[in-house]
Design a protein around this ligand. Structure first.
Ligand code: HPA
Ligand code: ZN
Length: 357
């Protein structure tokens, strides 16, 4: 796994430096920025400790902490997907989904996150676990409602299909989202994750149109492990918001289109470095995207698997990519504008954001 110059050890060094006051102020500024997470997988928030707890609920020989830790070790993107699958396999009941949703919500609120749009891998539940999703969803909903009333945190769900399981499996995921949406307006949209190297966006075109007609918002992981063609493909099937879009930098024409249309990009820097999709921090295009006027947001993707969280991503942008506090305010503002929240709530949060000293 990649080692980082901005590891926690490096952060501790800052404490003995004259810049310490600036750093503390800066942390406080980031903490208090009202911000949204738009690219966060519920399963990727499950820590090894919670995994041990879940296993104790279900397994006759429960996972040992060292075994849980071992599940989180991976060296490349394919290994990461296997770790993600292993975690999802431990989520078996509505109570499990309620527990992990509540813990996720607490951690988000602790970081000053006021709104989250959370991917849930319904595709994995159907394909690998072969069980109904709706009973599990009720557990997520219980925790969502509690988060809203006790933490003031709003959550919307995005049902994620696994692209390399193919369109037939994705259809089950998207149609379940469409079926649940009238009763549960928190089901806001759909997306495709998984391995782009095996399946592009085009096979999902009709399903995306059908989902749009059902009132669902459209997202897609795109250009994470493959080139700009993956991003063109996602735009061509109507995706409104793109996850990663790491390879857009290779295509000037695409950069122009993304800037002109202000397509929101869900940028996940630590994720890209830890999966090896981006080999070196200095090669990450986040700053070049910002300078080219693209509509970027910062996100943590799978915080438990990438040993990061949203605050860390903002700090990383500041310390390693030269974003100023005003830039960070703009990124937080982008996260609210690019969300699928109703306009009144966007305006309310944006006002708070602008008045933060
Ligand atoms: N990319 C693809 N598949 C995923 C991801 C991701 O960032 N996170 C969880 N499944
Ligand atoms: Zn993702």
């Amino acid at each position: 796994m990649h080692r980082f110059p901005w590891s926690r050890a490096a952060a501790v060094c800052v404490l003995s430096h004259p810049l310490v006051l600036w750093s503390v102020d800066s942390n406080s500024f980031i903490r208090h920025l009202p911000k949204a997470e738009l690219h966060l997988h519920l399963e990727g928030t499950v820590t090894p400790e919670t995994l041990v707890e879940l296993s104790a609920r279900h397994d006759s020989t429960p996972l040992h902490p060292a075994q849980a830790q071992a599940l989180f070790q991976y060296t490349d993107f394919s290994g990461f997907l296997l770790a993600f699958k292993a975690i999802t396999e431990q989520l078996r009941s509505a109570d499990d989904y309620e527990l992990v949703t509540w813990r996720m919500a607490q951690r988000l609120a602790d970081q000053g996150v006021v709104h989250a749009e959370v991917y849930v891998s319904v595709g994995v539940v159907y394909y690998w676990r072969r069980c109904e999703f709706e009973p599990l969803f009720l557990g997520m909903e219980r925790a969502r409602l509690r988060a809203e009333s006790e933490l003031g945190l709003s959550i919307l769900w995005i049902f994620d299909a696994v692209r390399h399981f193919g369109p037939r499996e994705a259809a089950r995921v998207f149609r379940k989202a469409a079926e649940l949406r009238p009763q549960f307006p928190s089901v806001i949209g759909i997306g495709i994750g998984g391995d782009e190297r095996r399946t592009g966006a085009e096979p999902f075109r009709n399903l995306y149109m059908e989902a749009r007609d059902a009132g669902l918002r459209l997202t897609a992981h795109a250009g994470e492990t493959i080139g700009p063609e993956g991003i063109w493909g996602a735009l061509n099937i109507g995706a409104e918001r793109l996850g990663h879009a790491l390879s857009a930098i290779q295509d000037p024409e695409l950069m122009g289109v993304l800037a002109e249309r202000q397509v929101p990009l869900e940028i996940c820097i630590s994720s890209n470095l830890r999966t090896g999709c981006c080999l070196l921090p200095q090669e990450h295009p986040v700053r070049r995207y910002f300078d080219a006027g693209l509509m970027i947001t910062l996100n943590s993707d799978d915080p438990a698997l990438f040993l990061s969280n949203l605050e860390d991503e903002y700090r990383l942008a500041q310390e390693s990519f030269g974003f100023t506090q005003e830039h960070l305010r703009e990124l937080a503002s982008n996260s609210i504008e690019a969300s699928f929240l109703p306009p009144e709530r966007k305006v309310e949060i944006l006002r708070r954001l602008e008045s933060l000293e």
